[in-house]
Design a protein around this ligand. Sequence first.
Ligand code: XMP
Length: 510
Amino acid sequence: MAHEMIIVLDFGGQYNQLIARRVRECGVYCEVKSYKTPIDEIKAKNPKGIIFTGGPNSVYDENSPHIGKEIFELGVPVLGICYGCQLMAYTLGGKVSSCVTSEYGKTETVYDNSSLLFKGLPEKAISWMSHTDFVSEIPEGFKVSAHTADCPVAAYENAEKKLYAVQFHPEVNHTENGCKMIDSFVKNVCGCVGDWTMGNYAKTAIEDIRNRVGDGKVLLALSGGVDSSVLAALLSKAVGNQLTCIFVDHGFMRKNEGDEVEAAFADWDINFVRVNAKERFMSKLRGVSDPETKRKTIGEEFIRVFEAEAKKIGKVDYLAQGTIYPDIIESGTGDAAVIKSHHNVGGLPDYVDFKEIIEPLRLLFKDEVRALGRELGLSDVLVNRQPFPGPGLAIRIIGEITDEKLEILQDADWIFREEIAKAGLDKSINQFFAVLTNNRSVGVMGDGRTYDYTLALRAVETTDFMTAEFSRIPYEVLAVCSSRIVNEVKSINRVVYDVTTKPPATIEWE
Ligand code: XMP
């Protein structure tokens, strides 16, 4: 697919994703690449512009990420942000020094409106700063285009060479007009038109899939989650019933969810196979209470079931996967520790007889996947679905899983979801669910003593699910949930609300 493209070069900054998002919001396709990407690879991508991200280092640190001068000689516009701003100065012969007063947070900034970057914007506005080094001398041929009380070079540029740099972060919301600055860089400096729309994307993706697949057979593991559902819709538009979707229902879906997924695809011109494999999964999980063992067992069994079904179809030409962009991002930073082994359908290729993998969503962010789903006519129920872990309710039942516990959790979770929706909170809370703890406590019901389970309610607000705040659900809503759950669901006599942020807790309990 030929798109106008901007490359974000990642120097380890925490906002690299956000910068890419902002560029895409301007209607221009954008990829994040490690700063280590060879220059020939960058050239081959034919970018209309390059943006350097921030990063935690100082340019003078021995191990800090650096870049060769050639990148500035490609004739491609460059915008350096924060560390990227300092690195541009350092590489092109300017000077970077430690701040006498570090700037952190909202900072009044004075802009030179004759700069293409700040044209038409107010002369004074707030920018978001976060730095302990600053550019103390700009390289030859450049001019300063913004300053603050403590930072004499808040922005500088060489308009002729189309090299721009800002010490602050235009990508974060706290910078007033930050998005307009990025838009200006992308459109006025780089000359992009901005033709990255979901309608266009869908059209091109469908043509692309048709060309690639021809009259071949395509196989997809459908989980009912947003990504695989949108992928099914896209493939269905592209190759119709050359596509077979296998939906492995492991029995740990939320109440009625398996049927909902099946119903959602009932009218589509695809081969849809639902495998009701609850008994298989339950038998493997008997006696298992360790969270990681549960996850691994389910992951493996999933592959076995899928494999058995796929074999019935025989040789397929293409295996489709719902990999999305955040899954494949290259980053300049090191490896993260494994907190939980996520079970997705990623491990399948080794086990299924196919020729090639296709990943038509690999360029999209999550909300772009949702937008594509809407474009393709998927129902709101599917498109707006909150994230749901691959192992499902199995990791929301603490300790060993039994049929009884599964039913208790499904019923309680159903009530919680219903009440949150009734209170109109389902749009603002990013994820909410019930957890059946393994704790039992004494209660009193009517005149009798009870000794039953404690149910925990969890609701979080987050943008990236890497960090999260617990939702401030009004007490009145919690009171209704608690009262209904205790009264309507057997074997629960106590309801608690989880008020922990992530970190230190995770969103799921296992
Ligand atoms: P944690 O519990 O790690 O969860 O804070 C972060 C987000 O990831 C979801 N999650 C999973 N998603 N497969 C998935 O596709 C998994 O195995 C899995 N485990 C957790 C979780 O629901 C939350 O949105």
